[in-house]
Design a protein around this ligand. Structure first.
Ligand code: GLY
Length: 348
């Protein structure tokens, strides 16, 4: 089993192992939660595919859980869903001694984590991610939250999970498109921190093992999160491709998925960084090649003005400044603060 420790103020472990779902009940008991009430938060799709396996695992360990499921997709990531979940938790009389299990992809993890952060002013939660994107990114690091009408992830809180259990076997039921969007995040880790990972991704084939890739991505994320838990500095490197990516998602009315949008964002940012003389080498070619390897798009049809208008509403904007993540070369990125007034010139 691969275990990556995340050394935040309250440290925790990310466990990566095929079929670990079968042992999650036992592992939770070892976490000292055998007497607690458990509430699983999931989406209807994940629950219909894997809910029984999770319940069996809990039962085997003498545990049982109440469950709340909402429709799959980004549209559910709002305060209405949060409110319904909080009422559910209260109706089941969950206390601060109890535990939420976030069982699903990034949307489920973000919503369930946010509910854990605010229910009774905070109760514990464990992440059991079921998508590649959630395994290598959103389940680790304690960013939780929901979208507002004004933009993505605009309401949220930091709350680290007590543990994360990644079962790569669960990815076999993922639709191809959703699996591939996770690979865009894996490419991101290669560009920001690890040229060898980047090279390995260029030759990765469908039947190659995923655990080493997942483990390496989580190692990189855990280092950045431990260094900057509250996202004030180096953790922002994880946002490479995301400012443009979020703008693309918004412009497409969320028809372009997060990973696909981040892929396009990385490619566009690399092009701009090279044109501006901010990069030591032109990273746009290698990034496009990696995206193509996973059938991910590297272009979109929105105008520079549409993107800029959308970027101005990004939560990473700080007053009249915005942080861009610049690829200096494959394996090294840096932060660059620019005035928002410069955006139209970059994206014109
Ligand atoms: N997904 C970026 C972060 O956790 O900081």
């Amino acid at each position: 089993m691969g275990i990556v420790k995340v050394l935040t103020r309250q440290p925790y472990a990310v466990h990566i192992e095929n079929d670990i779902l079968q042992d999650v009940g036992e592992l939770l008991r070892h976490e000292g939660k055998s007497v607690a009430k458990l509430a699983v938060i999931s989406d209807e799709q994940v629950w219909s595919l894997h809910g029984e396996a999770l319940q069996d695992s809990l039962k085997k360990a003498g545990l049982s859980a109440v469950s709340y499921c909402f429709p799959p997709g980004e549209a559910a990531k709002n305060l209405g869903t949060v409110s319904a979940i909080l009422e559910f938790l209260a109706s089941k009389e969950l206390t601060r001694a109890d535990l939420i299990l976030a069982f699903g992809g990034g949307v489920v993890g973000d919503i369930a984590g946010f509910c854990a952060a605010i229910y009774l002013r905070g109760i514990s939660y464990v992440q059991i991610p079921t998508s590649l994107l959630a395994m290598i990114d959103s389940s680790v690091g304690g960013k939780t939250g929901v979208d507002l009408a004004a933009g993505k992830n605009l309401a949220g809180a930091f709350l680290q999970p007590n543990a994360v259990y990644c079962d790569p076997e669960l990815l076999s039921t993922l639709p191809e498109e959703i699996f591939r969007e996770g690979m865009a995040e894996a490419i991101k880790y290669g560009v920001i921190s690890d040229p060898e990972l980047f090279e390995a991704l260029l030759t990765w084939q469908t039947h190659d093992p995923l655990e080493p890739i997942i483990t390496r991505c989580i190692e990189i994320k855990s280092c950045l999160v431990a260094e900057d838990e509250f996202d004030c500095g180096t953790r922002q490197l994880l946002n490479f491709g995301h400012t443009i990516g979020h703008a693309i998602e918004r412009c497409s009315d969320f028809k372009i998925r997060h990973g696909q949008a981040v892929g396009i964002g990385m490619s566009l940012m690399a092009e701009i960084a090279w044109q501006q003389g901010w990069s030591k080498v032109d990273c746009s070619g290698p990034i496009r090649k990696a995206l193509q390897h996973f059938n991910l798009p590297n272009k979109m049809t929105f105008s520079g003005k549409q993107l800029c208008d959308s970027m101005l509403r990004d939560k990473k904007r700080q007053g009249d400044q915005i942080n861009l993540i610049i690829p200096e070369k494959i394996g090294k990125c840096s932060l660059k603060k620019i005035p928002v007034s410069q955006l139209p010139q970059l994206f014109g």
